[in-house]
Design a protein around this ligand. Structure first.
Ligand SMILES: [Zn+2]
Length: 277
């Protein structure tokens, strides 16, 4: 089975109009779960506040069991994170938190994130950050790493391992290695968008090689397969979604010839991280 560690739904967003049913229709039968957030809490003409967007996510996840909900954090708008505290206390179904520093235009190292990360620590919730170009002043992996070091026990996922291009990926891989070497943050990475242009998975293979051979041993448990669907045209039909998943499977198996590694990247790592059973 496969778990997609990063998807969304949301009507009339800046990325498109995606009903939960449409998103569900993209996922094939071999997708056991998809870790989902409601982008109506991030941007678009249907923009909803932190409470409403997340309660909507919860309704959707209760209806469609494949969706495992993340709570979208509106760090830029909140003064004291009391809404998020309420959501996490009342609804343990939220398996993690979602942050989009780029859309909030709020640098990921800002102290404004602290109250949310304290909640993540208290409730033991991994945090998925959109990570952008290494030079982004909002969502650079460098800024996310800086914040992650202040909360070293909280698992922080670099969504897309930075959005590229290659030098950005390379710099983000070095950050992952540094955090492992120094043991000063718990960083993960999802591979959505990494090689979508070519489908050759070269940067993903580099990421896997480097994490497989750190000075402390094999850290490929920090890598998660993800689509970021339905964002990106390459993610917007069931056929394309299946093709992307299959290309990943074929390329990684061809290179590493290791079925167990593949099963970990596609399913076991994310299952362990979010304690999905
Ligand atoms: Zn996302």
């Amino acid at each position: 089975m496969v778990i997609d560690s990063h998807i969304h739904y949301g009507r009339n967003s800046v990325w498109g109009d995606f009903s939960p049913e449409f998103v569900l229709s993209l996922l094939g039968d071999n997708i056991e779960y998809a870790i989902c957030s409601n982008i109506e809490g991030i941007d678009g003409i249907n923009f909803k506040n932190e409470l409403d967007c997340n309660l909507d996510m919860l309704r959707v996840a209760r209806k469609y069991k494949k969706f495992k909900p993340l709570a979208v954090c509106q760090v830029d708008k909140s003064l004291d994170a009391h809404v998020m505290k309420y959501l996490l206390a009342e609804y343990p179904e939220f398996i993690g938190l979602k942050f989009h520093p780029e859309c909030m235009k709020l640098p990921a190292n800002s102290p404004k994130y602290d109250k949310y990360l304290e909640l993540a620590k208290e409730y033991k919730k991994p945090c998925l950050f959109h990570s952008g170009h290494i030079k982004s002043r909002f969502s650079s992996p460098l800024l996310i790493y800086e914040k992650a070091k202040e909360f070293p026990t909280v698992p922080i996922i670099l969504g897309h391992l930075s959005t590229g291009p290659k030098p950005s990926h390379d710099a983000a891989i070095e950050i992952l290695l540094e955090s492992i070497e120094n043991n000063d943050a718990t960083l993960y990475a999802d591979i959505s968008w990494m090689d979508f242009g070519t489908g050759n998975h070269e940067d993903t293979i580099t990421l896997i090689e480097k994490l497989k051979n750190t000075s402390k041993g094999d850290y490929t448990n920090r890598i998660l397969w993800a689509s970021d669907a339905p964002i990106g045209e390459f993610n917007q039909t069931p056929e394309l979604y299946a093709k992307n998943l299959n290309t990943f499977y074929v390329k990684i198996l061809e290179h590493f010839k290791d079925e167990i590694l593949l099963q970990n990247l596609l399913c076991n790592n994310v299952r362990d991280l979010y304690k999905l059973r």
